[in-house]
Design a protein around this ligand. Structure first.
Ligand code: PEP
Ligand code: MG
Length: 764
């Protein structure tokens, strides 16, 4: 059954245009299951109806005309109850409703199942038989499994408005895509897809008006590919085994004009663009190969796709990526970086290209890419799901980092409205900016210490260290991620020295290497099933004292003659990790001190602290406090681990919230215990730089918050306009809320009432 299902889903997925695909789907289901009819209905929520979109066995005239209310008939019942319905004789069922257009008088057995995606019923698929019988368990299981597999495709096609015609994507009509807010702010610009790896699976098919030009482009791409393949095989010819050689021969055969080429050119003459024609032909071939019984032939499917991806790259070529930048220049617009997963190095590169916003197809609100975007004050939308990158490349985009929406090709009227919103936001932000130097003291004289989170994008932030009372968190991993090997002790020394000596009178908290999770090192791959629960942070560095000692030595050497170094240990979950890390720090300290003394220099002992980000340590705070000099609360990971929600997974992003009452209870416990133990505590997670979050933390008693430099000005503004005692009296209500949304609305309405609502929104 699984093979049949896979074959159907694969074949249907390759068909351009939702309606064509559904038509093929019902045909294949009817044939495979040997039933008398199969029908598929899609939900129209505005009209509260299920509309017949495809059928095989019933009258096709009824397509798009038969519309069944959710409270009507058996199809409506399946949609309403959100579960399968298997009935021997539909005609005597109390909910049976006759639709004469369908011509189903002679059908009795009925089985229907809802098509659901993310809790929403998108439609219903049914099979019917002329006899009176109950569908078997196998048949029911087949239909249910099929429905789960097609849900995502239907959801995507509907979201992109591709439910009518095959070439809908080539049009420039406005489309709205929903993602997750990653960094707030609004921006208009041209989407530039970065590091695009051209893959047929990513191509949305479209039509062309100029087949001759497309054929020429295809032939040119084939010639380029032929040269590349020859170059590759020549270069390897002495070293590769025969079976690999035979793959290159196959490549050459496929590139022959009489092979793939003929069919591709035929499709182009039918009106498809070169890339689309290649996709349509190749995917059909690949499916045929995959379905062959011979394992060798199945493997060849991979080769065909690989070769075709090379041809595709030559059709679209690097010229495509540069052309998007050119479009932006021509239109005098900024660029919007679009990537499957935005990385720190991409951002570094794009800073010089008038970067306006970021769109990351993968990732979520607390991925490091989003944190980085917030640090740079650049709006970002994350987790757009399975959107093809090509849909956004070179297109005008409006990015709404508040709601997580991306509008592709906004219409002129809509665009000028967006532009107005952007102007208003800029005006508000200038207001905040103009007072950013004033001290962070509330209306009722509570003084807050605001520190900067740094390190994520070393270049950008250098100028921002002067802000705030120091650096509350320097993420040392980013310089490691931007290189092709571990940085040497000397390289690290220079980096750390620059930071420590640029603000000798301010505390600088450097966190030891925290790689793993979603921060991989390209040259030190860690492959794990659950990276966030795996070899991350201190766990990795304690297993590699070589890496840890080099880093700590570099930090200590950089602090010679200074007194501002604080060392922070990430991902601590047991006390022994602190003991082990302290032992290594002591060893490095003694070595560096000896070297310093020889040169007549002074080395001061650094303060040592731990990140509170793994829930286990919250219950050992007393023991922890005896071992270290300070705590720093990492609310990003604390939230992830307390709620068991991957901070990087778009699918569960709705469950990730630092306003969750349990997270707030944990934070309250931490500050109360720290006060009792008399140990300084800072919050350095993203909650500290969020206006509502900062206000809640202040009410709990936190007085040191560390955040990105961009949020610092805004939080400063909020603090200076706030009466702390009022929020303190609100704290019991906040702590007894049932849900994160209740917490948010309670604090929102308080700030709104105090006239801080609009300002909180600006750049928040
Ligand atoms: C945190 O977990 O809150 C934190 C500040 O560290 P990072 O985001 O780098 O994991
Ligand atoms: Mg963390």
């Amino acid at each position: 059954m699984l093979t049949t299902l896979k074959r159907i889903v694969q074949e249907v997925n390759q068909i351009p245009g939702l309606e064509n695909a559904l038509e093929r789907l019902v045909f294949l289901v009817k044939e495979t299951m040997q039933v008398d009819a199969c029908a598929l209905y899609l939900a129209d929520y505005k009209a509260q109806e299920l509309v017949l979109k495809a059928t095989e066995g019933f009258d096709k005239q009824a397509i798009n005309t038969v519309k069944i209310g959710f409270n009507e008939g058996l199809i409506g019942l399946v949609g309403q109850r959100e579960e399968p319905l298997n009935i021997e004789n539909a005609q005597i069922h109390p909910r049976f409703k006759h639709f004469p257009e369908v011509k189903e008088e002679s059908f009795f057995a009925f089985i229907g199942t809802p098509i659901i995606h993310q809790r929403k019923v998108l439609g219903v698929i049914s099979m019917q038989q002329k006899s009176i019988r109950r569908f078997s368990e196998d048949e029911e299981a087949f239909l249910v499994t099929l429905a789960t597999q097609i849900g995502l495709e239907i959801a995507n096609a509907e979201m992109l408005g591709n439910n009518n015609s095959a070439d809908d994507f080539s049009s420039v009509s406005q489309k709205t895509i929903n993602g997750i807010p990653g960094s707030s702010g609004l921006a208009l610009g041209i989407g530039v897809v970065q590091n695009v790896k051209y893959e047929l699976s990513q191509i949305m098919v479209n039509k062309t008006d100029d087949p001759d030009e497309q054929i020429a482009s295809y032939r040119h791409a084939v010639e380029l590919t032929r040269a590349q393949v020859t170059h590759l095989s020549d270069g390897l010819s002495n070293t590769i085994p025969d079976d690999v050689k035979s793959i290159f021969q196959l490549y050459h055969q496929l590139l022959d004009a009489n092979s793939l080429g003929r069919e591709v050119e035929q499709k182009i003459r039918e009106g498809w663009s070169a890339a689309s024609a290649l996709k349509l032909v190749v995917e059909l071939y690949a499916t045929r190969f995959k379905n062959m019984d011979d394992a060798y032939m199945q493997e060849r499917a991979v080769d065909i796709v690989d070769l075709s991806n090379r041809i595709l790259a030559n059709i679209l070529g690097a010229s495509n990526a540069t052309s998007a930048i050119d479009i932006a220049k021509d239109l005098k617009q900024g660029t919007i970086l679009v990537a499957k997963e935005v990385t720190a190095s991409m951002l570094a590169e794009f800073q010089h290209l008038n970067l306006q916003a970021i769109v990351s197809i993968q990732g979520s609100n607390n991925s490091h890419a989003a944190i980085l975007a917030r640090a740079m004050g650049v709006p970002a939308v994350m987790g757009l799901g399975t959107i093809p990158l090509s849909l956004l490349d070179g297109k005008e985009l409006f990015v709404d980092g508040y709601s997580g929406q991306v509008v592709v090709s906004p219409e002129p009227q809509v665009k000028s409205e967006y532009q107005q919103l952007i102007d208003e936001e800029e005006a508000l932000y200038r207001r905040i900016e103009s007072e950013s130097d004033a001290a962070s003291v509330s209306q009722d004289n509570c003084e807050m210490t605001l520190l900067v989170n740094a390190g994520l994008s070393a270049e950008v932030e250098v100028t921002q260290y002067e802000q705030g009372a120091g650096v509350g968190l320097y993420r040392t991993e980013i310089p490691f991620m931007l290189r092709e090997r571990f940085p040497s002790e000397q390289e690290q020394f220079e980096l750390y020295r620059g930071l420590l000596s640029s603000c000798p009178n301010k505390e600088i908290t450097m966190r030891t290497l925290d790689v793993g999770g979603d921060k991989p090192l390209p040259y030190f791959p860690i492959v794990e099933d659950n990276p966030f629960l795996g070899w991350r942070g201190i766990r990795m560095t304690l297993d590699h004292p070589d890496i840890f000692l080099v880093q700590v030595r570099a930090m200590l050497r950089a602090s010679i003659g200074l007194t501002n170094l604080h060392i922070l240990l990430p991902m601590i979950s047991t006390l022994s990790e602190i003991d082990d890390a302290k032992r290594l720090i002591k060893q490095a300290f003694l070595e560096v001190k000896e070297e310093a003394i020889k040169r007549g220099e002074m080395l001061s002992k650094p303060a040592i602290g731990v990140m509170l980000e793994v829930p286990a340590v919250i219950f050992q705070l007393d023991q922890l406090a005896k071992r270290v000099d300070f705590f720093s609360v990492g609310t990003n990971d604390l939230t992830q681990y307390l709620l068991a929600v991957d901070r990087n997974n778009a699918r569960v992003a709705g469950l990730y919230s630092s306003y969750h009452p349990s997270v707030l209870q944990a934070l309250y416990h931490i500050i109360k215990t720290s006060e009792r133990c008399n140990i300084p505590v800072t919050v350095c997670g993203e909650l500290a730089g969020d206006p509502n979050g900062a206000v809640i933390l202040m009410a709990m008693g936190y007085r040191k918050l560390s955040m990105n430099a961009h949020s610092l000005r805004k939080i400063n503004w909020v603090i200076r306009n706030l009466v702390l005692s009022e929020i303190e009296s609100l704290l019991p209500s906040i702590l007894s809320c049932d849900s994160p949304s209740d917490v948010k609305s309670l604090v929102d309405s308080h700030l709104e009432a105090k006239g801080l609502g609009g300002l909180v929104r600006a750049g928040s």
